[in-house]
Design a protein around this ligand. Structure first.
Ligand SMILES: Nc1ncnc2c1ncn2[C@@H]1O[C@H](COP(=O)(O)OP(=O)(O)OP(=O)(O)O)[C@@H](O)[C@H]1O
Ligand SMILES: CC(C)(CO)[C@@H](O)C(=O)[O-]
Ligand code: BAL
Length: 288
């Protein structure tokens, strides 16, 4: 695997791959890689791509400076993991390369609707930062296809709308969430948990599953959310949000109908970590 740190070198390497007739598959990340990230690389290879990964802890998407400062940066270890997964090219720019004139006067990309509420509500400006840096990265890499994890469900909705609205000729592929054996969604931020908190952490996923079961049993959305929220909070988490939305367009669902495809999304604090997770639930259609 080749690692490049500048846009110029990146373009040269991508051009060389294109000249060999390769399809370019892009896996953007913020590093501190785990098996969830590697599943994106594997999927890109499965779709016959020359895989370009990026590692950039994007300051523009962090609304909390402390969160940005302590975000784990583990480039050498990440390079080894990517090389072991046969990733072809890694782009690891620094902040100056990405924002040479600073961020304050930067043009920004805003994706209305799907970026509002949920993580967009809890982290003001977050999705403008994500949409802007992903646009820049897409323009630098010019991939045929880009791969994103379903763990960040709202992020995928934002990217899909952005690509459609702005006519970006890139296929967006969503990859299922990789989980630990006890159900916890893999995340770089799991590294902030103490051993005691790590033992509690699967309670977030369990709470989402409980909410899904209650909806399938016909319990109202408001009651199901209240019960699952209580269970998550009782485990030691502090819920940030817990919501039921339409899986296709993220619209709020207050009275689900048989056959509806829903997504249950949650974010919750545990010790120094704020974890997110989601599950998709299909309500049984009526059988006459
Ligand atoms: N468990 C996972 N399964 C599948 N994809 C994942 C998983 N975790 C992260 N990803 C995906 O990897 C890409 C890069 O994510 P990122 O580098 O922010 O990792 P992360 O572990 O989600 O970190 P964070 O702690 O910031 O949430 C995103 O598309 C994200 O959805
Ligand atoms: C897509 C992304 C790499 C943009 O910084 C980031 O939001 C992430 O890691 O999910
Ligand atoms: N995976 C989402 C990136 C972030 O938390 O900023």
């Amino acid at each position: 695997m080749i690692t490049v740190h500048t846009i110029r070198e990146l373009r040269e390497q991508v051009l060389a791959a294109r000249r060999q007739g390769q399809r370019i598959g892009f896996v953007p990340t913020m590093g501190n890689l785990h098996d969830g990230h590697i599943s994106l690389v594997d999927r890109a290879h499965a779709e016959d791509c020359f895989v370009v990964a990026s590692i950039f802890v994007n300051p523009m998407q962090f609304n909390d400076p402390k969160d940005l400062e302590r975000y784990p940066r583990t480039l050498e270890q990440d390079q080894q993991r990517l090389a072991a997964a046969s990733c072809e090219l890694l782009f690891a720019p620094d902040v100056k390369e990405m924002y040479p004139n600073g961020q304050a006067s930067m043009s920004r990309v805003t994706v209305p609707g799907v970026s509002e509420g949920l993580c967009g509500g809890a982290r003001p400006g977050h999705f403008d930062g994500v949409a802007t840096v992903v646009t820049k990265l897409f323009n630098m890499v010019q991939p045929d296809q880009a791969f994103f994890g379903e763990k960040d469900y709202q992020q995928i909705a934002v990217i899909r709308k952005m690509v459609a609205d702005l006519d970006m000729p890139i296929k967006i592929t969503a990859v299922p969430t990789a989980r630990a054996a006890d159900g916890l969604a893999l995340s770089s931020r799991n590294g902030y948990l103490t051993a005691e908190e790590r033992a509690i952490a699967p309670a977030l996923h369990q709470g989402l599953q409980q909410l899904g079961q209650l909806l399938k049993q016909g319990v109202t959305v408001a009651e199901a959310i209240a019960e699952a929220r209580q269970a998550i909070d009782n485990s030691g988490f502090r819920c940030d949000y817990l919501e039921v939305r339409c899986a296709d367009n993220l619209e709020v669902v207050s009275a689900p109908q048989p056959g509806d495809k829903l997504v249950i999304l949650g974010a919750a604090f545990l010790g120094n970590a704020r974890l997110i997770d989601n599950i998709q639930v299909a309500l049984n259609p009526h059988i006459d």
